[in-house]
Design a protein around this ligand. Sequence first.
Ligand code: SF4
Length: 433
Amino acid sequence: MTDGLPQGSNDLIQYPSQTPFTSPTCRLHPQTTCPAFVALRMLSRLEGAQPVLVTDAGCFYGLSFINHFYGARKSILAPAVGTAELSSGKLQEAALAAIEEAARDPNVSLIPVLSLCVSETAGLVEELLPRESHGKPVVLIRMPSYAVHAHPDAKDIVTAVLLRRFADTASPTEEKTLVLLGEVFAADPLMIDGVLRKMGARVLVTLPGRRIDEVRLAGRGAAVAALHPFYRESLTVLRERGVAVVGGAPSGAEGTAAWLHAVGMALELDEQLVEQVAREEEEKALRFLDAQPLKGFTVLVSGYDGNEMPYTRLLVESGAYVPYLSTSIAQSALTAADEAWLRARGTEAVVYRKTFEDDQKALLHWKFDLAFSGTTMLASYAKHHGIPAVYFTNILSVRPLFLSGGMIASISTVRELLNRRHIYRQMLDFFKE
Ligand code: SF4
């Protein structure tokens, strides 16, 4: 280590690696908690919403437990559905009774009804549910885990259902406004708004949020940008309503400039002004990146909800070698540009719908200096092998990521983590002795 600047273990990087990486074939091990949990978390946080869970007692027990663990501060209504109710066809009546109960509460203004594996299999009939009860909207969200593969998909489904029902498209479009999609660090939309204002535009709202008014407002945006590349259904809903779609995210020097130009085109902004602001942002980022703060380091990125792609771009632009990137999201048109960009710069394996076994195998396939992990399991596995590992949720997602400011904050954190690599080696030696 010299003057605080860490030195990587792979100063002479040879890539591609000698043996191509292949995913393990066994995919029988469950990889995630029930995706309905994420839907429940989002809906519980909506002001005035009283979620109704239509499922059996087993789902209800697990989901309500984890929901309160994540600080829901709201009870969940659920009809008591067991074998007797399912076999006697009382499911529909039980759901209606729970909706009625929710609607009678004067503090409730919205009733999301989550239909899970059991009720979907038993045949909850959408047409027989009310669209309103006591003047309060009732919204059915189908969330069986046999059809919803991962948490990001659940986020997209909830957002899309709410947009389809509530997005205000009757009012005039708010010119030169952008809707952001993605559960991002709170400062990121503010920083994006600050830069857009220099171009004569602004951020209208960021979804998913905590108020149904924000969903309404999103329908008045002139363009939408999914900062995480999995909001396919939500983008479809807004596209159908004539809202322009901006691809990618303002991540890294090149990515930020390209994104700002795309926003400029979508919102029909002054070209010269956009060019000037994009160049300023790019130059700021390049001044930092020119020092190649991560040159010589090999980093594994295993994410789960879309942040991993913009993060990997930052690492690569900072000089790091990232041969392996895995994610829980599906491959789609929204991931294509980032994947092509990364593959052209040395990322050999991009694994969608990844499993823990994929990540385990990858960790031993290359020689890593640091692992970014979407799960605590992989973080533990990496530390067990003396490799520093950080969990996305605790360390990385609590910092800004986008534009030059986010990039500097994130890469500085990575540098600090790399500075502490020797501690992990000492730990390994200690336990070997
Ligand atoms: S049965 Fe389906 S909805 Fe219920 S907890 Fe299991 S995966 Fe989730």
